[in-house]
Design a protein around this ligand. Structure first.
Ligand code: HEM
Length: 398
Protein backbone atom coordinates (compact mmCIF):
# COMPACT_ATOMS: atom_id res chain seq x y z
CA UNK A 1 0.00 0.00 0.00
CA UNK A 2 2.76 2.41 0.97
CA UNK A 3 4.68 1.55 -2.20
CA UNK A 4 1.71 2.25 -4.48
CA UNK A 5 0.83 5.39 -2.54
CA UNK A 6 4.23 6.84 -3.37
CA UNK A 7 3.61 6.18 -7.06
CA UNK A 8 0.58 8.45 -7.01
CA UNK A 9 1.79 10.90 -4.43
CA UNK A 10 0.34 14.28 -3.57
CA UNK A 11 2.24 15.85 -6.53
CA UNK A 12 -0.05 14.20 -9.10
CA UNK A 13 -3.13 15.00 -7.07
CA UNK A 14 -2.06 18.61 -6.62
CA UNK A 15 -1.43 18.90 -10.37
CA UNK A 16 -4.98 17.64 -10.95
CA UNK A 17 -6.38 20.02 -8.33
CA UNK A 18 -4.75 23.15 -9.75
CA UNK A 19 -7.00 23.41 -12.86
CA UNK A 20 -10.00 23.40 -10.51
CA UNK A 21 -8.45 26.40 -8.73
CA UNK A 22 -7.91 28.20 -12.05
CA UNK A 23 -11.51 27.45 -13.09
CA UNK A 24 -12.79 28.80 -9.77
CA UNK A 25 -10.82 32.06 -10.04
CA UNK A 26 -11.84 32.56 -13.68
CA UNK A 27 -15.46 31.76 -12.79
CA UNK A 28 -15.44 34.34 -9.99
CA UNK A 29 -13.91 36.90 -12.34
CA UNK A 30 -16.69 36.16 -14.85
CA UNK A 31 -19.27 36.47 -12.06
CA UNK A 32 -18.26 40.12 -11.57
CA UNK A 33 -18.71 40.78 -15.30
CA UNK A 34 -22.14 39.10 -15.20
CA UNK A 35 -23.10 41.33 -12.27
CA UNK A 36 -22.26 44.33 -14.47
CA UNK A 37 -19.21 45.25 -12.39
CA UNK A 38 -15.56 45.79 -13.32
CA UNK A 39 -13.61 42.52 -13.21
CA UNK A 40 -9.82 42.00 -12.85
CA UNK A 41 -9.88 40.28 -16.29
CA UNK A 42 -12.85 41.64 -18.24
CA UNK A 43 -13.85 38.98 -20.78
CA UNK A 44 -17.09 38.25 -22.62
CA UNK A 45 -15.87 34.72 -23.28
CA UNK A 46 -15.47 34.02 -19.55
CA UNK A 47 -18.91 35.48 -18.84
CA UNK A 48 -20.42 33.23 -21.53
CA UNK A 49 -18.88 30.09 -20.06
CA UNK A 50 -19.26 30.97 -16.33
CA UNK A 51 -21.92 28.30 -15.63
CA UNK A 52 -20.29 25.20 -17.22
CA UNK A 53 -16.86 26.42 -16.05
CA UNK A 54 -17.99 26.59 -12.42
CA UNK A 55 -20.04 23.38 -12.41
CA UNK A 56 -17.96 21.06 -14.61
CA UNK A 57 -14.50 22.69 -14.62
CA UNK A 58 -14.34 23.70 -10.95
CA UNK A 59 -16.63 21.55 -8.79
CA UNK A 60 -16.73 18.69 -11.35
CA UNK A 61 -12.93 18.34 -11.21
CA UNK A 62 -13.04 18.24 -7.39
CA UNK A 63 -15.75 15.56 -7.44
CA UNK A 64 -13.89 13.45 -10.02
CA UNK A 65 -10.61 13.78 -8.11
CA UNK A 66 -12.25 12.61 -4.91
CA UNK A 67 -13.71 9.58 -6.68
CA UNK A 68 -10.47 8.81 -8.57
CA UNK A 69 -8.44 8.78 -5.34
CA UNK A 70 -10.37 5.69 -4.20
CA UNK A 71 -10.02 3.73 -7.43
CA UNK A 72 -6.69 4.76 -8.94
CA UNK A 73 -3.34 3.11 -8.04
CA UNK A 74 -2.57 3.79 -4.39
CA UNK A 75 -6.24 4.08 -3.51
CA UNK A 76 -8.28 1.83 -1.25
CA UNK A 77 -9.26 -0.59 -4.03
CA UNK A 78 -6.95 -3.54 -4.53
CA UNK A 79 -7.60 -3.43 -8.31
CA UNK A 80 -5.79 -0.29 -9.45
CA UNK A 81 -7.34 1.58 -12.37
CA UNK A 82 -4.84 4.10 -13.75
CA UNK A 83 -7.50 5.45 -16.14
CA UNK A 84 -9.36 6.77 -13.10
CA UNK A 85 -7.17 9.89 -13.24
CA UNK A 86 -8.60 10.67 -16.70
CA UNK A 87 -11.86 11.92 -15.12
CA UNK A 88 -10.36 14.81 -13.09
CA UNK A 89 -7.66 15.26 -15.76
CA UNK A 90 -10.12 15.79 -18.62
CA UNK A 91 -12.61 17.87 -16.64
CA UNK A 92 -9.72 20.04 -15.42
CA UNK A 93 -8.30 20.33 -18.94
CA UNK A 94 -11.75 21.22 -20.24
CA UNK A 95 -11.91 24.03 -17.67
CA UNK A 96 -8.45 25.30 -18.66
CA UNK A 97 -9.43 25.29 -22.36
CA UNK A 98 -12.57 27.28 -21.51
CA UNK A 99 -10.40 29.90 -19.80
CA UNK A 100 -7.75 29.93 -22.56
CA UNK A 101 -8.53 31.39 -25.98
CA UNK A 102 -8.81 27.84 -27.34
CA UNK A 103 -11.56 26.61 -29.66
CA UNK A 104 -14.70 26.05 -27.62
CA UNK A 105 -15.21 22.69 -29.31
CA UNK A 106 -11.99 21.30 -27.76
CA UNK A 107 -13.07 22.35 -24.26
CA UNK A 108 -16.53 20.88 -24.73
CA UNK A 109 -15.10 17.59 -26.03
CA UNK A 110 -12.88 17.27 -22.93
CA UNK A 111 -15.85 17.93 -20.65
CA UNK A 112 -17.98 15.29 -22.42
CA UNK A 113 -15.28 12.60 -22.22
CA UNK A 114 -14.26 13.59 -18.66
CA UNK A 115 -17.88 13.31 -17.48
CA UNK A 116 -18.24 9.95 -19.27
CA UNK A 117 -15.14 8.63 -17.47
CA UNK A 118 -16.67 9.83 -14.19
CA UNK A 119 -19.73 7.66 -14.94
CA UNK A 120 -17.34 4.74 -15.60
CA UNK A 121 -15.70 5.40 -12.22
CA UNK A 122 -19.05 5.08 -10.48
CA UNK A 123 -19.63 1.91 -12.54
CA UNK A 124 -16.36 0.49 -11.15
CA UNK A 125 -17.36 1.57 -7.61
CA UNK A 126 -20.75 -0.11 -8.09
CA UNK A 127 -19.13 -3.40 -9.13
CA UNK A 128 -17.02 -3.20 -5.99
CA UNK A 129 -19.96 -2.40 -3.72
CA UNK A 130 -23.45 -2.22 -5.19
CA UNK A 131 -25.42 0.18 -3.06
CA UNK A 132 -27.91 3.00 -3.29
CA UNK A 133 -25.42 5.74 -2.43
CA UNK A 134 -23.22 4.86 -5.42
CA UNK A 135 -26.29 4.59 -7.66
CA UNK A 136 -27.42 8.11 -6.67
CA UNK A 137 -23.95 9.56 -7.33
CA UNK A 138 -23.76 7.64 -10.63
CA UNK A 139 -27.10 9.18 -11.67
CA UNK A 140 -25.58 12.57 -10.80
CA UNK A 141 -22.61 11.84 -13.07
CA UNK A 142 -25.08 10.95 -15.84
CA UNK A 143 -26.44 14.46 -15.28
CA UNK A 144 -22.94 15.81 -15.95
CA UNK A 145 -22.75 13.81 -19.20
CA UNK A 146 -26.19 15.08 -20.19
CA UNK A 147 -25.19 18.70 -19.54
CA UNK A 148 -21.87 18.36 -21.36
CA UNK A 149 -23.41 16.64 -24.40
CA UNK A 150 -26.22 19.19 -24.65
CA UNK A 151 -23.73 22.06 -24.35
CA UNK A 152 -21.55 20.48 -27.06
CA UNK A 153 -24.69 20.39 -29.23
CA UNK A 154 -25.09 24.16 -28.67
CA UNK A 155 -28.14 23.95 -26.40
CA UNK A 156 -28.19 27.24 -24.42
CA UNK A 157 -27.15 26.93 -20.75
CA UNK A 158 -30.57 27.97 -19.29
CA UNK A 159 -32.15 24.90 -20.96
CA UNK A 160 -29.49 22.47 -19.80
CA UNK A 161 -29.15 24.02 -16.32
CA UNK A 162 -31.38 21.29 -14.73
CA UNK A 163 -28.74 18.72 -15.79
CA UNK A 164 -26.04 20.76 -14.04
CA UNK A 165 -28.26 20.93 -10.96
CA UNK A 166 -28.88 17.15 -11.07
CA UNK A 167 -25.14 16.48 -11.30
CA UNK A 168 -24.05 18.38 -8.21
CA UNK A 169 -27.15 17.84 -6.08
CA UNK A 170 -27.08 14.06 -6.57
CA UNK A 171 -23.32 13.88 -5.99
CA UNK A 172 -23.75 15.55 -2.61
CA UNK A 173 -26.94 13.68 -1.71
CA UNK A 174 -25.33 10.30 -2.55
CA UNK A 175 -22.44 11.14 -0.25
CA UNK A 176 -24.83 12.11 2.55
CA UNK A 177 -26.64 8.80 2.04
CA UNK A 178 -23.32 7.01 2.61
CA UNK A 179 -23.09 8.73 5.97
CA UNK A 180 -26.63 7.95 7.08
CA UNK A 181 -25.33 4.36 7.27
CA UNK A 182 -23.65 4.95 10.63
CA UNK A 183 -27.05 4.30 12.11
CA UNK A 184 -29.53 1.85 10.53
CA UNK A 185 -31.11 3.71 7.60
CA UNK A 186 -34.90 3.75 7.45
CA UNK A 187 -35.88 1.97 4.20
CA UNK A 188 -38.08 5.00 3.47
CA UNK A 189 -35.03 7.28 3.43
CA UNK A 190 -33.02 5.12 1.06
CA UNK A 191 -35.87 4.31 -1.30
CA UNK A 192 -37.11 7.90 -1.20
CA UNK A 193 -33.72 9.35 -2.07
CA UNK A 194 -33.20 6.89 -4.94
CA UNK A 195 -36.70 7.77 -6.19
CA UNK A 196 -35.93 11.48 -5.86
CA UNK A 197 -32.69 11.01 -7.80
CA UNK A 198 -34.51 9.24 -10.65
CA UNK A 199 -37.15 11.99 -10.63
CA UNK A 200 -34.49 14.71 -10.79
CA UNK A 201 -32.77 13.20 -13.83
CA UNK A 202 -36.15 12.38 -15.40
CA UNK A 203 -37.34 15.94 -14.73
CA UNK A 204 -34.21 17.36 -16.41
CA UNK A 205 -34.97 15.27 -19.52
CA UNK A 206 -38.69 16.13 -19.46
CA UNK A 207 -37.97 19.86 -19.09
CA UNK A 208 -36.24 19.82 -22.49
CA UNK A 209 -39.39 18.78 -24.31
CA UNK A 210 -42.20 19.69 -21.91
CA UNK A 211 -40.89 22.53 -19.73
CA UNK A 212 -43.98 22.99 -17.54
CA UNK A 213 -44.23 19.35 -16.48
CA UNK A 214 -40.47 18.82 -16.33
CA UNK A 215 -39.99 21.82 -14.05
CA UNK A 216 -42.76 20.64 -11.70
CA UNK A 217 -41.06 17.22 -11.48
CA UNK A 218 -37.69 18.90 -10.82
CA UNK A 219 -39.16 21.05 -8.06
CA UNK A 220 -41.01 18.14 -6.44
CA UNK A 221 -37.85 16.01 -6.59
CA UNK A 222 -35.73 18.67 -4.84
CA UNK A 223 -38.37 19.32 -2.17
CA UNK A 224 -38.78 15.58 -1.56
CA UNK A 225 -35.03 14.98 -1.32
CA UNK A 226 -34.56 17.89 1.06
CA UNK A 227 -37.42 16.68 3.29
CA UNK A 228 -35.69 13.29 3.60
CA UNK A 229 -32.29 14.86 4.28
CA UNK A 230 -33.77 17.16 6.92
CA UNK A 231 -35.43 14.18 8.59
CA UNK A 232 -32.68 11.55 8.39
CA UNK A 233 -29.27 13.22 7.89
CA UNK A 234 -26.79 12.80 10.74
CA UNK A 235 -26.27 16.59 10.70
CA UNK A 236 -29.33 16.86 12.93
CA UNK A 237 -27.46 14.90 15.57
CA UNK A 238 -23.94 16.26 15.05
CA UNK A 239 -25.08 19.90 15.25
CA UNK A 240 -25.37 19.31 18.99
CA UNK A 241 -21.65 18.44 19.15
CA UNK A 242 -18.69 20.79 19.13
CA UNK A 243 -15.83 21.78 16.85
CA UNK A 244 -15.61 20.28 13.36
CA UNK A 245 -18.73 18.04 13.55
CA UNK A 246 -20.82 21.01 14.63
CA UNK A 247 -19.33 23.33 11.99
CA UNK A 248 -20.07 20.77 9.26
CA UNK A 249 -23.60 20.24 10.54
CA UNK A 250 -24.35 23.98 10.62
CA UNK A 251 -23.12 24.33 7.00
CA UNK A 252 -25.22 21.34 5.94
CA UNK A 253 -28.44 22.36 7.67
CA UNK A 254 -28.16 25.83 6.09
CA UNK A 255 -27.56 24.23 2.70
CA UNK A 256 -30.73 22.13 3.03
CA UNK A 257 -32.74 25.33 3.45
CA UNK A 258 -31.37 26.72 0.16
CA UNK A 259 -32.19 23.51 -1.68
CA UNK A 260 -35.76 23.83 -0.43
CA UNK A 261 -35.88 27.42 -1.77
CA UNK A 262 -34.72 26.24 -5.22
CA UNK A 263 -37.18 23.32 -5.28
CA UNK A 264 -40.01 25.61 -4.16
CA UNK A 265 -39.22 28.12 -6.92
CA UNK A 266 -39.30 25.43 -9.61
CA UNK A 267 -42.45 23.90 -8.18
CA UNK A 268 -44.43 27.11 -7.74
CA UNK A 269 -43.07 29.44 -10.43
CA UNK A 270 -42.53 26.97 -13.28
CA UNK A 271 -39.94 27.14 -16.07
CA UNK A 272 -37.15 29.57 -15.20
CA UNK A 273 -34.63 30.39 -17.91
CA UNK A 274 -33.78 34.07 -17.47
CA UNK A 275 -34.01 37.10 -15.21
CA UNK A 276 -33.92 37.56 -11.46
CA UNK A 277 -35.69 34.28 -10.66
CA UNK A 278 -33.15 32.36 -12.77
CA UNK A 279 -30.29 34.02 -10.86
CA UNK A 280 -31.91 33.28 -7.50
CA UNK A 281 -32.80 29.67 -8.28
CA UNK A 282 -29.42 28.71 -9.72
CA UNK A 283 -27.40 30.29 -6.95
CA UNK A 284 -29.67 28.93 -4.21
CA UNK A 285 -28.48 25.56 -5.53
CA UNK A 286 -24.88 26.29 -6.52
CA UNK A 287 -23.87 28.71 -3.75
CA UNK A 288 -26.41 28.00 -0.99
CA UNK A 289 -26.33 24.21 -1.31
CA UNK A 290 -23.19 23.21 -3.22
CA UNK A 291 -20.62 25.79 -2.01
CA UNK A 292 -21.89 25.49 1.56
CA UNK A 293 -21.35 21.71 1.26
CA UNK A 294 -17.87 22.28 -0.20
CA UNK A 295 -17.04 24.50 2.80
CA UNK A 296 -18.49 21.84 5.14
CA UNK A 297 -16.55 18.93 3.68
CA UNK A 298 -13.22 20.59 2.79
CA UNK A 299 -11.59 19.74 6.17
CA UNK A 300 -12.27 16.03 5.61
CA UNK A 301 -12.02 15.70 1.82
CA UNK A 302 -8.87 17.69 1.06
CA UNK A 303 -6.69 15.76 3.54
CA UNK A 304 -7.77 12.46 1.94
CA UNK A 305 -7.03 13.83 -1.53
CA UNK A 306 -3.79 15.71 -0.85
CA UNK A 307 -2.58 13.87 2.26
CA UNK A 308 -2.09 17.20 4.08
CA UNK A 309 -4.23 17.88 7.14
CA UNK A 310 -6.66 20.79 6.89
CA UNK A 311 -7.37 21.35 10.59
CA UNK A 312 -10.74 22.81 11.55
CA UNK A 313 -10.59 26.33 12.96
CA UNK A 314 -13.54 28.40 14.27
CA UNK A 315 -12.50 31.08 11.72
CA UNK A 316 -14.15 28.84 9.09
CA UNK A 317 -17.51 30.09 10.34
CA UNK A 318 -16.74 33.60 9.03
CA UNK A 319 -16.76 32.84 5.26
CA UNK A 320 -19.60 30.38 5.78
CA UNK A 321 -21.77 33.02 7.46
CA UNK A 322 -20.78 35.63 4.86
CA UNK A 323 -21.83 33.26 2.07
CA UNK A 324 -25.29 32.66 3.50
CA UNK A 325 -25.97 36.26 4.55
CA UNK A 326 -24.87 37.76 1.22
CA UNK A 327 -26.76 35.09 -0.74
CA UNK A 328 -29.91 35.98 1.20
CA UNK A 329 -29.27 39.64 0.34
CA UNK A 330 -28.83 38.76 -3.33
CA UNK A 331 -32.05 36.74 -3.44
CA UNK A 332 -33.97 39.59 -1.75
CA UNK A 333 -32.47 41.91 -4.38
CA UNK A 334 -33.65 39.52 -7.10
CA UNK A 335 -37.15 39.40 -5.60
CA UNK A 336 -37.34 43.21 -5.36
CA UNK A 337 -35.70 43.80 -8.75
CA UNK A 338 -33.05 45.88 -6.96
CA UNK A 339 -29.93 45.62 -9.13
CA UNK A 340 -27.62 47.30 -6.62
CA UNK A 341 -28.65 44.92 -3.85
CA UNK A 342 -27.98 41.98 -6.19
CA UNK A 343 -24.54 43.43 -6.96
CA UNK A 344 -23.69 43.94 -3.28
CA UNK A 345 -24.86 40.41 -2.47
CA UNK A 346 -22.98 38.98 -5.46
CA UNK A 347 -19.72 40.67 -4.49
CA UNK A 348 -20.25 39.35 -0.95
CA UNK A 349 -20.59 35.83 -2.44
CA UNK A 350 -17.29 36.23 -4.29
CA UNK A 351 -15.55 37.52 -1.14
CA UNK A 352 -16.98 34.62 0.90
CA UNK A 353 -15.63 31.98 -1.51
CA UNK A 354 -12.20 33.64 -1.68
CA UNK A 355 -12.12 34.14 2.10
CA UNK A 356 -12.77 30.45 2.61
CA UNK A 357 -9.80 29.60 0.38
CA UNK A 358 -7.60 31.98 2.42
CA UNK A 359 -8.77 30.51 5.75
CA UNK A 360 -8.26 26.94 4.47
CA UNK A 361 -4.77 27.56 3.07
CA UNK A 362 -3.76 29.40 6.27
CA UNK A 363 -5.06 26.51 8.35
CA UNK A 364 -3.05 23.99 6.28
CA UNK A 365 0.11 26.10 6.68
CA UNK A 366 -0.38 26.58 10.44
CA UNK A 367 -1.05 22.87 10.90
CA UNK A 368 -3.05 21.19 13.63
CA UNK A 369 -3.37 22.90 17.01
CA UNK A 370 -0.63 21.73 19.43
CA UNK A 371 -3.01 19.58 21.50
CA UNK A 372 -5.87 18.51 19.27
CA UNK A 373 -8.99 18.13 21.34
CA UNK A 374 -12.13 16.09 20.74
CA UNK A 375 -13.07 18.73 18.15
CA UNK A 376 -10.46 17.51 15.65
CA UNK A 377 -9.94 13.95 16.72
CA UNK A 378 -11.03 11.04 14.63
CA UNK A 379 -12.60 7.87 15.93
CA UNK A 380 -12.78 4.43 14.32
CA UNK A 381 -15.51 4.41 11.69
CA UNK A 382 -18.66 2.46 12.45
CA UNK A 383 -18.73 0.68 9.09
CA UNK A 384 -16.33 -0.21 6.28
CA UNK A 385 -15.97 3.07 4.42
CA UNK A 386 -16.42 3.03 0.64
CA UNK A 387 -13.58 5.50 -0.06
CA UNK A 388 -10.80 7.30 1.82
CA UNK A 389 -12.78 10.53 1.78
CA UNK A 390 -15.90 8.77 3.03
CA UNK A 391 -13.71 7.22 5.74
CA UNK A 392 -12.71 10.70 6.88
CA UNK A 393 -16.31 11.85 6.96
CA UNK A 394 -17.34 8.79 8.94
CA UNK A 395 -14.59 9.49 11.46
CA UNK A 396 -15.94 12.99 12.02
CA UNK A 397 -19.50 11.92 12.68
CA UNK A 398 -18.81 8.63 14.49
C1 HEM B 1 -19.44 33.25 -6.08
C2 HEM B 1 -20.18 34.12 -6.64
C3 HEM B 1 -21.00 34.00 -7.90
C4 HEM B 1 -21.59 35.07 -8.50
C5 HEM B 1 -21.50 36.52 -8.02
C6 HEM B 1 -22.29 34.58 -9.66
C7 HEM B 1 -22.99 35.40 -10.55
C8 HEM B 1 -23.72 34.98 -11.62
C9 HEM B 1 -24.54 35.81 -12.44
C10 HEM B 1 -24.72 37.33 -12.25
C11 HEM B 1 -25.10 35.02 -13.39
C12 HEM B 1 -26.07 35.47 -14.50
C13 HEM B 1 -27.47 35.19 -14.01
C14 HEM B 1 -28.54 35.57 -15.00
O1 HEM B 1 -28.38 35.35 -16.22
O2 HEM B 1 -29.59 36.06 -14.55
C15 HEM B 1 -24.66 33.67 -13.15
C16 HEM B 1 -25.04 32.58 -13.89
C17 HEM B 1 -24.73 31.28 -13.55
N1 HEM B 1 -23.96 30.86 -12.49
FE1 HEM B 1 -23.02 32.04 -11.15
N2 HEM B 1 -22.13 33.24 -9.76
C18 HEM B 1 -21.35 32.82 -8.70
C19 HEM B 1 -20.99 31.51 -8.41
C20 HEM B 1 -21.42 30.41 -9.10
C21 HEM B 1 -21.05 29.05 -8.77
C22 HEM B 1 -20.13 28.64 -7.60
C23 HEM B 1 -21.68 28.25 -9.68
C24 HEM B 1 -21.66 26.76 -9.80
C25 HEM B 1 -20.99 25.92 -9.04
C26 HEM B 1 -22.42 29.12 -10.59
C27 HEM B 1 -23.21 28.67 -11.64
C28 HEM B 1 -23.89 29.49 -12.52
C29 HEM B 1 -24.66 29.00 -13.65
C30 HEM B 1 -24.87 27.53 -14.06
C31 HEM B 1 -25.17 30.13 -14.30
C32 HEM B 1 -26.03 30.18 -15.57
C33 HEM B 1 -25.12 30.60 -16.72
C34 HEM B 1 -25.82 30.81 -18.03
O3 HEM B 1 -27.06 30.91 -18.10
O4 HEM B 1 -25.08 30.92 -19.03
N3 HEM B 1 -22.24 30.41 -10.20
N4 HEM B 1 -23.82 33.67 -12.07
Amino acid sequence: MEKTSRRTGPGVRLALLLPAGVAMLAGLDAALTLLGLPAPVPSDRLADVHGPLMVLGFVGTLVALERAVALAPGGTDERARPWAWAAPGLLGLGGLLLVAPAPLVAARACLVVGAAVLVALYGAAWRRRADAAIAVQGLGALGAVGAAVLWAADVPVPYLAPWLVAFLVLTVVGERLELMRIVPVAPLAERGIVGGACALVGGAALALVWPGVGTAVLGAALVGIVALLARFDVARRTVRGTGLPRYMAVAMLASFAWLAVAGGLWLVAGPTTSGARYDALLHAVFLGFVMSMVMAHAPVILPAVLRRPLPYRPAMYAPLALLHVTLALRVVGDARDAAVVVQVGGVGNVVAVLAFVVVAVTSVLLGAPARPGRDQRAEPPAAAPPSPTAANRLEVVA
